[in-house]
Design a protein around this ligand. Structure first.
Ligand SMILES: *Cc1c(COP(=O)(O)O)cnc(C)c1O
Length: 376
């Protein structure tokens, strides 16, 4: 909680639920990543928080952007980021959207399959393409499973095919899983991709770029290593595997850029019990899974929650959202405890919610409006 956010909440008393983001923190996160990983170019993963003030600030700082759709591309362009600084990083794109991006000057595209490569060759001829390779995402609190990426052997073949299709076989990418806390994972991933660099080199293709993806953390309930430790692990791994044949490096922080910059303020709507023998209270907030806290799915992301009664006696709770959907339970198994003094109408703060919240909130489920947002 920054002073700026505290003052805003106190003076403005905004209606809840709402997200308040301190843009200074976003700027500091950018500067820190830039300072700690000076060799890597930063492509902010827009999907984490696509708010115009965030994108504009980062564009002014010289950031590049990893975009997932033609809509995010247009958002970045209108916020002042030139097309040369955009990457169309989704491996699942309509051919018409590829053509539209190419027409706007975007020249850097991700893919992980032969069929996508053919779309790129048809709609963005000669453009720079990079192949996403599969990682198992061990150690990540929000793993990305097998939806994205292909196996190394296939990646090698696809890069050869990219050349034959008239595209520029530019590099490889991976993502070690979001909110990754096992720093070894970058070494494993960089080592594996290095092997494909070598194999392709022997086949006459000199890859020029390695995209190290996201995975940088926000501070939730569990402890995380310092950002310095992430940078160390990554710097050491690229040195070890690439030495003096260093390609251009890209990182795509989403959560690590905006997560810690935001706080959601929420209000307690109901506190109840399910029976006379129950010793767990049910605490219903005015925000739930459909109001922006989608990452509580499977209780994966466990936010820090602050109340006006912190420090007093606590008791076990189930935390749930306000909608008439039984899936709208935030934490049941994760062992949350809240002060016994908590009352209906109390304001609670949900910390480190600047990433993957507003962009996940439903447009009007049960009639609740999308999560309100304030950028200060
Ligand atoms: C979502 C995503 C990111 C951002 O991941 P974080 O873990 O939030 O940093 C980066 N790159 C790609 C391709 C993504 O899809």
């Amino acid at each position: 909680m920054t002073d700026k956010i505290r003052r805003f909440l106190r003076d403005q008393q905004p209606a809840t639920p709402c997200l308040v983001v301190d843009l200074d923190v976003v700027g500091e996160n950018y500067d820190r990543l830039h300072r700690l990983l000076p060799r890597a170019e930063i492509y902010y993963a827009v999907k984490a928080n696509p708010a115009v003030p965030v994108v504009r600030l980062l564009a002014e700082k010289g950031s590049c952007f990893d975009t997932a759709s033609i809509h995010e591309i247009d958002l970045c362009l209108s916020a002042g980021a030139p097309a040369e600084r955009l990457s169309f990083g989704n491996t699942i794109k309509k051919q018409s959207d590829i053509a539209a991006a190419f027409a706007r000057g975007v020249d850097l595209f991700a893919f992980d399959s032969r069929a996508e490569l053919e779309k790129l060759a048809a709609a963005a001829p000669g453009s720079r393409v990079f192949c996403r390779v599969l990682m198992d995402c061990a150690g990540a609190e929000w793993p990305l499973n097998r939806k994205f990426g292909c196996e190394l052997e296939m990646a090698r073949d696809l890069m050869l095919q990219a050349r034959d299709l008239g595209l520029d076989p530019y590099g490889l990418s991976f993502h070690v899983g979001s909110q990754q806390t096992d720093l070894e994972q970058w070494d494993i991933a960089i080592g594996r991709t290095m092997m494909v660099f070598t194999q392709l080199n022997e086949a006459g293709i000199e890859l020029r770029m390695l995209n190290l993806g996201g995975g940088f953390p926000a501070q939730y309930r569990r402890d995380i290593p310092a950002l310095e430790a992430y940078a160390d692990a990554i710097n050491r791994a690229v040195e070890r595997h690439f030495g003096n044949r260093m390609p251009r490096l890209i990182i795509e922080p989403g959560r690590g850029m905006t997560g810690d910059a935001g706080i959601i303020q929420s209000e307690v709507v109901l506190i109840s019990e399910k029976g006379y023998q129950e010793n767990r209270r049910w605490v219903f907030l005015d925000i739930g899974k459909f109001g922006g806290l989608a990452e509580t799915m499977d209780e994966s992301i466990q936010y820090r929650i602050r109340t006006p009664h912190d420090g007093g006696e606590t008791g076990a709770v189930v935390l749930a959202g306000p909608t008439c959907d039984s899936a709208d339970v935030l934490y049941d198994k994760a062992d949350y405890k809240l002060p016994t003094a908590l009352r209906i109408g109390d304001k609670v703060e949900i910390h480190a919610t600047g990433a993957y919240t507003t962009s996940y909130s439903a447009v009007g489920f049960n009639g609740f409006p999308p999560l309100a947002e304030h950028y200060i």
